[in-house]
Write a protein that binds this ligand. Structure first.
Ligand code: ATP
Ligand code: LTN
Length: 326
């Protein structure tokens, strides 16, 4: 079977280095083989409130950033989830086959609803829509960060269940998680993942942050006091996270990086990390500004949505017919 890739990112705030390393970078690499479909998942973004103007800007920003880092719309499909109604339609159907117990075990839901006064039904149901995204395109591979593994497993599970009931209709997908960089941690709290939706931005390196801000964040990153630069995520989460970031943006192997930094101070190490990150960011920020043209982006996204619908709709129709819809 041909390798078919689907993945999505929410236009829910400032894109960060974790999104780049855990997802976007893998997407670009993935374009080298198979057929790739990438999606701005705005329906997922509104599972928590989004200011309408910001949502609009974030959606264009995300599409422009994907083009800036190397997603090529002549090789891959790039579109916005709400432009293809099949996603919400299939999600409804999947809802009717997923159990409350199964959904209750999803850790992302638990983390995101913790301490909130009100939680939307959409946030609880998020994995059903994600499963629909994946299953509508007969996806074989889903490149995501570590945090999404459980949702891809749920997708396999529901696909298997429906295939058993109605005969083979869905392909069982597998998550592709990068060996290094699948979970970039917050600089201010290396026990938590770097994230868009946090109250304290000091732990998150935004892809569009000013280099001055990035410098401040890296130089004040939380580390430890034993002054040894070695990769040991369990005992030295802060230093290990900086090492991962350094390797991912510079292309240097972890073994070589540890050797290179074996006898320097934490301060000097952080300066080196900042220099690599700033080189990387200045290049993609320049490309981002070249791509951030609403007319050009709209044309690319419209074309992507048409092509996506041409693939997803026959699959949704097949599901309708097997269920017994007239
Ligand atoms: P939010 O904080 O709003 O939930 P997010 O930063 O987690 O957002 P998503 O849009 O949910 O971003 O994720 C986009 C992709 O980036 C997913 O594949 C996800 O696994 C990956 N990703 C997100 N954060 C990290 C991280 N810290 N390290 C590695 N990959 C990440
Ligand atoms: N849930 C993912 C984003 C997402 C996704 C998808 C990823 C929505 N639909 C389909 C892969 C495939 C997240 O929070 N990062």
């Amino acid at each position: 079977m041909e390798k078919r890739v689907f993945s999505g990112i929410k236009p829910s705030g400032n894109l960060h280095l974790g999104n780049y390393i855990g997802a976007m970078k893998q997407w670009v690499k993935s374009q080298e083989d198979g057929f790739n479909i990438f999606c701005v998942v705005d329906l997922h973004a509104i599972t928590v409130f989004q200011d309408p103007t910001e949502l609009k800007n974030n959606s264009y920003d995300l599409a422009a950033m994907l083009l800036a880092v190397g997603i090529d719309p002549t090789k891959s499909l790039l579109f916005v989830q709400s432009h293809n109604p099949d996603h919400a339609n299939l999600a409804w159907i999947l809802n009717c086959y997923l159990s409350m117990g199964q959904m209750n075990r999803m850790t992302q839901y638990k983390e995101k609803s913790e301490g909130k006064d009100t939680v939307s039904v959409g946030l609880f149901d998020y994995p059903s829509l994600m499963a629909a995204d994946i299953l509508l395109y007969k996806t074989t591979h889903v490149p995501v960060g570590e945090d999404q593994k459980q949702h891809v497993e749920l997708t396999r599970d529901i696909a298997e269940r429906i295939n058993k009931k109605y005969g083979d209709i869905f392909v069982l997908p597998q998550a592709s998680i990068p060996k290094v960089g699948g979970r970039i941690m917050s600089l201010s709290n290396p026990a938590k993942k770097m994230s868009k939706s946090v109250d304290d931005p000091s732990g998150t390196i935004g892809l569009l942050d000013s280099l001055d801000d990035v410098k401040k964040k890296i130089m004040s990153a939380v580390t430890d006091s034993d002054n040894k630069i070695v990769y040991d995520p369990e005992n030295k989460p802060g230093i290990s996270n900086l090492l991962e970031i350094y390797c991912q943006v510079s292309g240097v192997e972890m073994k070589d990086a540890q050797e290179k930094f074996s006898s320097i101070s934490y301060g000097a190490f952080k300066t080196e990390v900042f220099e690599s990150v700033s080189l990387f960011l200045s290049e993609i920020q320049q490309k981002f500004h070249e791509k951030r043209n609403i007319n050009d982006l709209s044309a690319t996204l419209e074309d992507g949505a048409k092509k996506a619908y041409a693939i997803s709709h026959p699959i949704l129709q097949e599901m309708y017919s097997r269920i017994g819809f007239i």
